[in-house]
Ligand binder design. Structure first.
Ligand code: ADP
Length: 333
């Protein structure tokens, strides 16, 4: 897991383990021939801190690990946490330890982007509500027509709905952050659960959502968590498809597995984004912004819930044609 490299404190890398070679994309031959050397994987902007750390190493025989970047053979940067040790102050050879922290850095970046997105998205509906409320007060004072009062009140209502979606997403995320204890599991009728969710969302969104498939399919799970997954998938299907298009929810099973699928005929998802959309905070940058903004955590929460049901969530999608998200959970009987 940790890259280890021996150094003579000059440019040469005397030896390195497989983890180190893989991290920077070089081979054993590159190491032997000297193609892999510190200058090949270093960036000038870290020269100052490297020099300070080298002094620290000679003074204390070890350094406090610090973050920097190496350059991969293919040219991209790899964020690493680097430590180093020498046997004593007179040593001519030292050992350097490097841990690839790209995943952690990417997650930090997404968290920051998420915080920025959330604060912006929370503020926008609030500002519109404030303006609308001021308008409403003025309209009442001026005895404006009832239609005008209704229009302004509706505007406030729509903004409240937007806030509600965002806050629900954020609360869901913090619940999953705190690793809430496993929820209670019992026999769940998948079709029954789907009927309830479909009826509710059809009314709320005033869109055509069709339910088809088999009744009497049972899984061991938590009905309200399964509903949460379905609500998330249908809400996404509605968000990322044209207003007039329909959504099809289907329930079926084979010998061992129950399948709950949500199909839409919307924008679809590009191949390079298919795996990423299940990651926390990941959102595709849509040029044609969907009607309602999400926080990029819906699918992450869905996959976490489904994992706790010993199942999996997969997606088939074609750009411009639509997507089908399928939940697969072991059947109870
Ligand atoms: P968000 O709150 O942004 O919708 P999700 O985790 O639910 O977050 O989804 C992540 C990303 O996956 C979305 O930003 C969107 O680009 C994409 N996505 C999810 N569902 C669909 C769908 N049915 N059709 C097209 N893209 C989708």
């Amino acid at each position: 897991m940790i890259g280890v490299a021996a150094t003579d404190f000059e440019d040469k890398i005397l030896n390195a383990n497989t983890a180190f070679l893989q991290m920077v994309g070089y081979t054993v031959e590159d190491l032997k021939s000297g193609t892999l050397c510190w200058s090949a994987i270093s960036l000038e902007e870290y020269d100052d801190i490297d020099a300070k750390k080298m002094a620290e190493l000679h003074a204390h025989t070890s350094i406090i690990p610090f973050e920097k970047e190496y350059v991969h053979k293919k040219g991209y940067r790899i964020p690493v946490l680097v430590g180093a040790e020498i046997l004593d102050a007179a040593s001519t050879v030292g050992v350097c330890f490097a841990l690839d922290i790209s995943t952690m850095k990417e997650s930090e970046r997404r968290k920051e982007a998420f915080a920025a997105l959330v604060s912006h998205e929370l503020r926008t509906p609030l500002s519109i509500m404030k303006i609308s409320a001021d308008i409403l007060v003025a309209q009442v004072a001026q005895n404006s027509k009832q239609e005008e009062l209704i229009a302004t009140t509706n505007e406030i209502n729509q903004q409240i709905d937007k806030l509600d979606i965002l806050i629900t997403d954020i609360l869901n995320m913090s619940l999953h952050h705190s690793n809430d204890p496993a929820f209670s599991m019992s026999g769940v009728d998948v079709y029954e659960t789907a009927i309830r969710v479909v009826q509710e969302l059809t009314i709320v969104h005033n869109r055509e959502i069709t339910l088809e498939g088999q009744e009497n399919i049972f899984i061991r799970g938590n009905a309200s968590k399964l509903s949460e997954v379905l609500i998330n998938l249908i809400t996404n299907a509605l968000r990322y498809s044209p207003e007039k298009s329909s959504i099809v929810v289907s329930v079926r099973a084979d010998e061992t597995t129950a399948f709950l699928a949500v199909r839409d005929f919307g924008m679809g998802i590009q191949k390079e984004n298919i795996d990423k959309i299940f990651e926390r905070y990941y959102r595709v940058n849509h040029t044609d912004t969907p009607k309602e903004i999400g926080a990029g955590i819906g699918l992450y929460i869905c996959s976490e819930i489904i994992k706790q049901h010993h199942g999996r969530l997969r997606v088939e999608s074609e750009v411009g044609k639509g997507s089908t998200f399928t939940v697969e959970i072991p059947k109870l009987f």
